[in-house]
Design a protein around this ligand. Structure first.
Ligand SMILES: CNc1ncnc2c1ncn2[C@@H]1O[C@H](COP(=O)(O)O)[C@@H](O)[C@H]1O
Ligand SMILES: [Zn+2]
Length: 354
């Protein structure tokens, strides 16, 4: 890192940030992964700690499965959740929405409810210990698991949202975009929205225009549920893809001001974006459309939220004033109310631009 880069790193680190797109099982640190291996008494065939070169997205999903095999007990879920929260707090993340797919694992007695309740216990313990970070949970629906499991998942999410004083605030739809069609999940998503669960949807990570259009129209056009889009790489007009359907999607996203979650390193590593320069962050940022820099999986992709900010700042020429003004806008995109938003804004105001 040269001096200029180091200065921007220190500045980005010092700023109170929000992290809105982080999957539990892919957000470990090297040390946490070692702790998980010790707990399991094996490595589950994990030879590398992370994916450090750009590979097809399939490689990521193979990797995720190996990590998930290390996180099958209550102890492991608790440990990982604790560490992930602590590490984001160290990175000066002041508000974290952490998402994970609840698992049913008969061999260890793990149930979906126990999995989520264990995460909740870890969040509460961090709060009790006075860690300076607000954490909210999103319950993930894996698109590969079909509509029945999706229905079970929103029942669980709703129950926990009601019982746990708003610690659980919504759902995420994720999973291998090459498998299945998110269109099938639309009735479940609408039901979730009606039950006041916020919706964070992986959409358009790949050029799947039909499903993207179907889901966006169903969830955003007539309904006013809070929705954010994870990735949204193939949403906007571009020179190569002048199709009217895409214009329609872009117009809808712009008109409803649906925030996007931008995960730059993840998109490079999965080869869904060719280079940082070509990342869609710039496109939406220039339009003053809400787009929030996130990590996706800081462990798998060997990054941190500060690092993602440094990358964006360097490549897109954002000076300190611009970065600070940008963070203020990301606060508007959290799935929480005005009280927490105002506290975050205040923390940001307290940091001087030197
Ligand atoms: C790279 N882009 C991506 N696209 C779609 N889904 C992704 C993802 N990265 C992660 N996940 C989703 O998160 C799970 C791992 O965390 P949890 O076990 O839930 O904590 C993966 O199995 C996948 O469903
Ligand atoms: Zn993701």
């Amino acid at each position: 890192m040269d001096i200029e880069q180091e200065e921007i790193y220190v500045f980005c680190h010092s700023l109170p940030k929000v992290e809105l797109h982080a999957h539990l099982n892919t957000s470990y640190s090297r040390q946490t992964l070692e702790e998980l291996m010790d707990l399991k008494g094996g490595s589950e065939g994990i030879e590398e700690m992370h994916i450090s070169s750009n590979k097809d997205i399939d490689e990521s999903f193979t990797f995720f499965t190996k990590i998930q095999k290390l996180v099958t007990t209550k102890e492991a879920v608790y440990l990982l959740t604790r560490r992930v929260i602590e590490e984001f707090a160290q990175d000066n993340v002041k508000y974290l929405e952490l998402r994970s797919t609840p698992k049913e694992i008969p061999e260890t007695g793990m149930t979906r409810e126990l999995y989520m309740r264990t995460m909740i216990d870890a969040v509460k313990d961090c709060q009790k210990e006075g860690l300076d970070i607000v954490v909210r949970l999103l319950v993930s629906i894996d698109r590969r698991h079909g509509t029945n499991i999706a229905e079970i998942t929103i029942e669980l999410a709703e129950k926990l949202m009601q019982e746990e004083e708003g610690l659980v605030i919504g759902i995420d739809v994720s999973g291998d975009p090459k498998v299945g069609d998110a269109t099938d999940l639309i009735p479940v998503l609408i039901e979730a929205g009606k039950r006041n669960l916020k919706l964070a949807l992986h959409l358009a990570e790949l050029p799947l225009y039909a499903e993207t259009r179907n889901v966006l129209k169903a969830c955003c056009q007539d309904n006013s549920f809070p929705v954010r889009i994870g990735h949204g790489t193939y949403l906007h007009r571009s020179d190569q893809q002048e199709k009217s359907s895409e214009n329609e999607m872009e117009d809808l996203v712009l008109q409803k001001r649906i925030p996007l979650e931008a995960c730059i390193t993840s998109n490079l590593r999965t080869m869904t974006v060719d280079s940082v320069e070509k990342h869609h962050f710039k496109y939406w940022y220039d339009k003053d459309h809400p787009i929030v820099i996130c990590t996706d999986g800081k462990g798998v992709y060997n990054t941190s939220l500060t690092q993602e900010y440094v990358t964006a700042a360097t490549v897109f020429n954002l000076n300190k004033e611009k970065i600070k003004a940008y963070i203020e806008k990301t606060i508007d995109c959290i799935f929480e109310g005005d009280v927490i938003k105002e506290k975050l804004r205040q923390k940001l105001r307290d940091i001087p631009i030197k």
